[in-house]
Each structure stands twice: as C-alpha cells, then as structure tokens.
Design a protein around this ligand. Structure first.
Ligand code: ATP
Ligand code: MG
Length: 810
C-alpha cells in the first residue's frame, strides 16, 4: 500500500530515494564513503519485495563479505518481514559455490568438490615447484600463486595461456608446466581453488547457454555492493547473468516447463535482469587482486542507458573526520572530485600521537580505549586498524597486559591453525575421496610410521593406475611395503571408509551429524590422544582448539538442521576475515585496513601511520601503488563515526630488527588544525602542540636530521615505570577520569593482573568486569594455565584464564 511504501522510504534524502525507486535496466550509484550506498541497496530490495514486483527468489544481491550479507538480509527482513526468505544475498564466492554444486556434473566434477584456500594452494604449489626443481629458476610459491591467481581473475585458463606462451623462454615454459600440473592436480582432486569458483562459473555459463539461461531467467534483479573492487572475472559473471535470453533458448525453457511466457517481449526474447551497482572509486583497494576500477568508470559504456545517481551527504562521520578524508583523497589525481558533507557538526578533533616504539603506541591506544570505555562507549564500538598483520604483536601484548577484551579479525585465524587444518583435512578426505592433498596431510598425522617415500609410492601407484590416492591406500597390500606400514595405511583407509559411510545420506540410519563423524575420526585415528599425551605444552591448547572445532560443528548442526558434511566444509572455506566479527561479544575489533571496508565504528584507531607501512614499502615502486595506499588510508579514516585517532611510532621493530620510522607522507595531507597532537610520554620539549612541531621537524623533506630524534632514545622502557595515569598525553588530553570500576585495578594501572591464587571450583559464582555474573562449570589446566569455564547469565559460556581475568569470587 502507499503508506507502507512511504514508511519504507521515509528518512531517505531525495537522491537516495530516487535511486531506491528507479526502475530501469541499469543503475549505478556512485558516492563517497558513508553516504548510504549500502543502505540504499537494502531499501531497494525491500521496495521490490514489498510492492510484489519481485519474488525473493528473483533477487541476487552480492556483498563483499558474508558478514555484510547476513547484515543486509537482517535489515531487509526487518523492513519487510519473512517474505525475505529465499533471496540470494551472498558474496561472489558463495553464490558461485551454490551454482557450481548444482551444476558440478555438467563440468565433470562431482557435487562433493573441495574448495582449496590459499594455504592449500600454497601446499600444492610447493610440492610442484619442488618436483620440477623450479626454484633453481627463481620460482617461489608466493610468486607462482600470485601469477596463477591473476591469470584466473583475467579468465585465462591453462589452455588459453598455453596458446599464447612464448615457448622459447625457459622461464615461461617452466611456469606453463607449473600451471599445468597445478590445474591437473586440482582436477584430479575434484577441487577448485578460490579464484576458480568465479572463473569456472563464467566458463560454465559460456559453454552451456542453457544452464546460463536458467539463472538468467531466475534472477530478475541483481544488485552488487562495493562494485569498485570487482575484478574482470566477477565483472564477466555479472555480464553473463544479466544477458537477455535468445528466443530459441527461451522456447526450450518453456518446453521444459519453465514459466517464461509472460517474461518474453514481442520478439520472444527474455530481457536481461535489472542491474544495480554501487561503489566508490576512491575506495578501490584490491587492485593487487585484479580489481579493476575501470569496471565502475566504464559502467555507462557497458550498460547503455544506465542511470547514474550521485550521493553527497555523509551520514556516518563528523565534519572534522570527513574534512580529513576529503583533503587526503584530493591528492589522488585522475579522479572525479566529490565533496562529502555532513549535517552532524564538527565533532571532536582528531587525536594524533607519536610513540617512541610500537609498544608505546599500543599503550596509548589501550589507554585511550579505556578512557572511551569509561566514558560509556561499548568496546564493540571501537576498532583498531593496521596495515600489516605483523603490527598486531605489540597491540596484543599491551591489550593482554591491560586485560582489554579484543578480537583479531583475519590474520592467524582459527581455521589457519595447524591442528584445525588437520581436523578439517580428515573431514575433507571423508567428503571427497579424490582429494589427495587432504589425504597426504593426514597420512602420517598423527605419526603412524608412514614416511615420505611411502607417500611418493602411493602417489605413483595412483598416477600409474589412474586411481585415486584413497584407492591406492586401499590397495596398499599389493605395493610391497613393509607389514607395519601396510597395516597402518589400511587402518587409516578403513577408518575413512567407515566415516564416509557415516555421512552418506543414503545410509539407512540417515547421515550422522558432522560432530559425531569428527569425534569418531579424531578419537579412532589417535589424533586427540597424541595431543593430550604430548609433552609439548602447546599441545594442550591445540587439543582445546580441536574441541572448539567440535563445538563449531554442533553449532552448525543447530543452525542448519539439514546441513551435511559438504555444507559444513563449504561454509568454513568461505568464512571471510570480516565474518568473525561478533558485535554482541563486547570486544574491541582489531583488523587490517583491507578488512575494514564497509564497516563503521564510533571510534577508530589508525595505527602505524608511517612510511614503509602506509604506504607499504612494497607498493612504493608499483605503478599506482601510492595512490592505492592513499585510498586505503581514506577507507580507514571514513570508518569512524565520532572519534578518530592517528598514531605512529618513531622506531618500529620489523623483520627482526628495530628501525627508525618516518611519519607517513599522508599525514601532511590532513589540515593541521584538524589534528590535536598529544605529547608522547617522556618527550622533553613541552606539551600539547609542540608535538606537531616535533612531527613537522621529522617529516621527510620538511626538516633536517629527520628521524634522529627518535632513534637513540631510551624510549618506552620508562613508560612502564610511570605511575598509572599520570604519564598523561599532554595538556589538552587530560588524564583518564577515575574509573567507576575501581575494583578492577589492572585496567587502570596497566599492571599484569594476577589472580593466580584465586581458588575456584565448579559451582562458584563469580563476577567479571565486562561479562557480569556467572557460575563456574569447570576448572581445567594447572598453575598459570588454569582456565575457568564459566556460564555467564548475559553472555553465555566463556573460558577465562584465571590468572589474568578481571574476575572476583562472589
Ligand atoms: P561505505 O562507502 O563505507 O560502504 P555506504 O555509502 O555504504 O558507506 P552506509 O553504510 O549505507 O554507507 O551508511 C552509512 C551510515 O549512514 C549508516 O550508519 C546508515 O545507517 C546511515 N544512513 C544512511 N542513509 C541515511 C539517511 N538517509 N538518514 C540517516 N542515516 C542514514
Ligand atoms: Mg557500504
């Protein structure tokens, strides 16, 4: 109804509303950060559903991360209710996996194909490069992986590449061989790598127009967020999906019983889907992965008659933050100038800080976070960004010391830990018997006395006889191996075969839950026992991580009652870095600038704003490198709603040594009056504004003797001896207000808390400074590693390291 329609679009500004209501074939929304691009996409979907112009199943929305997808689905649901079920809102990768699983047989795969992540790809390439002695020609795993990825993103498959390769160049011949072996092994393992997911879907559509037509007919409205970061393969996928369906194929669809009659135009053509893309070329930060800014620039050419809407009002940030962002990005030439404005008001000034060292900088961040928290800001509204994962070490050390609750998104992710990869390899080997990589990983894990020579023998046997690695294991008896080794191989093969039966949906008892299969594998293989009986203290934690994975499979079963093993493996392989963000958990989020895209926080800390980090030293000599790094800085700045902190250090430990760091060239691009430079602790020359002079003096090209002021300093050591709070960051900043939660002195002093003597047993009630009250359900571990398992009233189950947790017994 009209009033429901009005309600849906209430609050949108005229340009946003125009974009949400436009009904042509192609729409491009270009606008700066925080101007409501993602919000408009969401409203547009809700509008299509509410007016019944589209069924949910006719909508395909592409977001940059799974988390963004979940958020968009939630918002649409909140706007129009349960009618939102059945929409495809997902990342490019997830959408392609769904299509490929359905159509696997058409392209010679089976439905149970495995998805190789970058770690798997590297493992495979390592073996290939070694086998070919390609390292003597200068080939590295990382180099080969990047080159293959680039080719796939450009939709160049091995056959196409082979045709154009220069065969008189030994380098190129070698690379061709690496690429060929890599492709062959993926094929025989019934596996796709990440880039394949997109490329193979495009190839599928191009080779099988009737298959393509099914999806072209199905999706009538396609919407793409963060379009500036699409690469050629993704762009091609969108083109395929929005292609009109020719009359002959439309006839065939009709003959197969698909209802298409009302879709067809007078010539019998089914017109292509409507396409909406939104993006901001100033936020294009994935050129290194083949993202092509031209996709957005040339949209009007590719989709003639496209409507273009510009949005200029920013609803996210204060004017000070926005002005900083505007003046930084204005230094990139070759862009359309657009000035964002906001009605929010100036807000607080940006705070700048120069520490002596990375630790010093981290302490500043931790202290400021405590101040914000004390003033009422939730930890979950605070984020710390950095350019490289290596920077997290100092931050983590200080955060742990200060007992600040934090989470790292990306980086050493849970799923990248060796023990988790081992457990996942067991599951993968069960799901996909052709996956030799997974089988090789677990062949001698835990140790079974199966050495590399035996592994090679099994591999050759499989190759020579055209059977899978798994079959080779079953045939181990005929390989002339020693009796012990043979028995070990047969036992593992038997174990996997039993597990494969357990997960078979055709099993008369029904497929077993993933958790049961995993537990069976871990127990029967001896993997868990090996960890538990190990003398390596790390293995205790590893065993806990594996337990955590079992818990993940249980949770998966609760959320996906019909989900089988393959669904679980798919979900895990698609978990993007930003997906681990859990707003409810009340933790500060730490992440790289790349991961931060599309997100927003009340307070943002941008750390390591130094030359060699931002711009990253690898980018300095790349064409377009410094401009892309500037966009990254722009992305970081524009995540902040209310407070922005920029920090750097005078010396930074990197690559095993401590080097003098220079302030980033981008800092000069922010008008000085927008930043309030806080004094670095221990700096002799004055307070407040002097820091900016000190900074200017150290700027490359601006002052003399740059950098020397920091290098020899006694530095951060003294900081630790300062009495808490009094070290202050200068005149204007003020010291942290007295904390209301005085009972948690560790937060204030930054001292290591020590509850080492606290006696706790199951049944005790405790209070945690952030999680509130809860009951101890178990205590495990010993000494400094004692862990309390606590069921909290508000936040559910948590495991706490007793020694440092901010808890007291009630
Ligand atoms: P980015 O470029 O960072 O992806 P974006 O253009 O997608 O940003 P959104 O995330 O959609 O911007 O919106 C930024 C913030 O502004 C959100 O908090 C959103 O709820 C809010 N917002 C958007 N439009 C309006 C509006 N018309 N009125 C009030 N708030 C709005
Ligand atoms: Mg957005």
């Amino acid at each position: 109804s009209d009033s429901a329609h009005e309600r849906l679009f209430a609050g949108l500004n005229p340009q946003q509303r125009e974009a949400a209501e436009y009904r042509g074939a192609a729409l491009l929304i270009v606008a700066g950060a925080g101007s409501g691009k993602t919000s408009v996409l969401t409203r547009r979907i809700a509008g299509l559903l509410q007016s019944r112009e589209a069924w949910p199943s006719q909508i395909l929305a592409i977001t940059f991360t799974n988390k963004a997808a979940a958020e968009m689905r939630e918002r649409v649901q909140a706007l129009v209710g349960d009618t939102a079920q059945g929409m495809w809102i997902s990342t490019f990768h997830s959408a392609c996996v769904r299509i490929l699983r359905r159509e696997a047989e058409t392209i010679g795969k089976t439905q149970s194909f495995t998805i190789y992540d970058s770690g798997d790809t590297r493992a495979l390439l390592k073996r290939i490069i070694k086998g070919l002695d390609a390292d003597t020609l200068g080939f590295t795993v990382a180099g080969a992986a990047a080159r293959i990825s680039k080719l796939k993103n450009e939709l160049t498959d091995i056959e196409t590449y082979a045709r154009s390769a220069n065969l008189s160049d030994p380098q190129e011949v070698m690379f061709l061989e690496i690429f060929r072996q890599y492709t062959r092994q993926l094929r025989s393992a019934n596996a796709f790598d990440f880039d394949d997911l997109i490329a193979e879907t495009v190839f599928l559509f191009r080779a099988f127009p009737k298959v393509a037509a099914l999806y072209q007919r199905r999706f009538r409205h396609i919407l793409v967020d963060e379009y500036q970061d699409t690469n050629h393969a993704q762009y091609s996928l969108i083109r395929e999906l929005t292609m009109p369906i020719a009359p002959a194929i439309a006839d065939e669809l009709e003959a197969q019983g698909h209802h298409v009659d009302r879709m067809r135009d007078p010539l019998g053509v089914i017109p292509g889907a409507s396409l909406t893309v939104v993006g901001d070329s100033d936020q294009s930060i994935y050129a290194f992965r083949g993202a092509d800014i031209r996709n957005i620039v040339e949209f009007e050419r590719d989709f003639p008659g496209a409507k273009v809407v510009l949005l200029e009002q920013n609803y996210r940030s204060t004017q000070n933050i926005l002005s900083a962002a505007n003046s930084v990005i204005a230094n990139n030439f070759d862009r359309k100038d657009k000035k964002l404005w906001t009605a929010v008001g100036d807000g607080d000034k940006i705070i700048g800080f120069t520490g002596y060292s990375g630790h010093d900088e981290a302490q500043f961040v931790a202290d400021e976070i405590e101040k914000l928290h004390a003033a009422g800001m939730a930890y979950s509204e605070i984020a710390v960004f950095y350019r490289t994962n290596a920077q997290t070490r100092a931050l983590e050390e200080i955060f742990i010391r200060s007992a600040l609750p934090y989470r790292i998104m990306g980086g050493t992710k849970f799923y990248e830990r060796a023990e988790i990869k081992d457990a996942m390899a067991y599951l993968t080997a069960v799901a996909n018997p052709d996956d030799a990589l997974a089988l090789r990983r677990i062949l001698n894990t835990p140790k079974r006395g199966i050495g590399p020579a035996t592994e090679t023998q099994l591999g050759s046997y499989a190759d020579d006889n055209g059977v899978s690695f798994r079959q080779a294991m079953r045939d181990a008896g005929s390989l002339g191996l020693g009796p012990k080794v043979t028995a070990a191989i047969l036992q593992l093969a038997g174990l996997l075969d039993t597990a494969t039966e357990m997960v078979d949906p055709a099993n008369p008892a029904g497929a077993s839950p993933v958790a049961d299969v995993l537990t069976y594998l871990l127990d029967e293989s001896g993997y868990l026992d090996a960890l538990r009986n190990s003398r390596d203290p790390q293995d205790e934690a590893r065993a806990e991580n594996v337990d955590e994975l079992v818990a993940v499979t249980r949770e998966f079963a609760r959320n996906n009652p019909d989900g089988g093993l393959i669904d679980f493996l798919t979900e895990v392989s698609l978990v993007a870095a930003a997906d681990e963000i859990d707003d409810s958990s009340g933790t500060v989020s730490l992440m790289t600038l790349h991961t931060a895209k599309g997100l927003e926080y009340d307070a943002v800390f941008l750390t390591g704003i130094e030359e060699d980090l931002l711009p990253h030293r690898m980018s300095a000599n790349e064409p377009g490198g410094p401009a892309e790094e500037r966009r990254l800085f722009y992305v970081g700045i524009t995540r902040a709603k209310k407070r922005l902190f920029l920090s750097l250090a005078m010396t930074r430990a990197q690559f095993g040594e401590t080097a003098v760091a220079m302030p980033s060239r981008y800092l000069q691009e922010i008008p000085a009056d927008l930043i309030d430079w806080k004094q670095s602790p221990g700096t002799a020359n004055g307070r407040g504004g002097s820091q900016s002079r000190a900074l200017n003096a150290r700027r490359p090209g601006l002052g003399s003797g740059s950098g020397s002021s920091g290098s020899g300093s006694s530095g951060s050591g003294s900081r630790w001896n300062d009495s808490p709070g009094s070290g202050g960051y200068g005149a204007g900043g003020g010291r942290a207000p007295d904390r209301p939660k005085a009972e948690w002195p560790n937060r204030v002093t930054g001292q290591v808390r020590d509850n080492g003597d606290l006696e706790l047993v199951a049944g005790d009630r405790i209070r945690h400074s952030d999680f509130g009250d809860g009951r101890v359900t178990a205590v495990t571990g010993e000494g400094a590693k004692r862990v309390a398992h606590v069921q909290f009233e508000k936040v559910g189950a948590k495991k706490l390291l007793i020694k440092i947790a901010p808890i007291e017994k009630l």
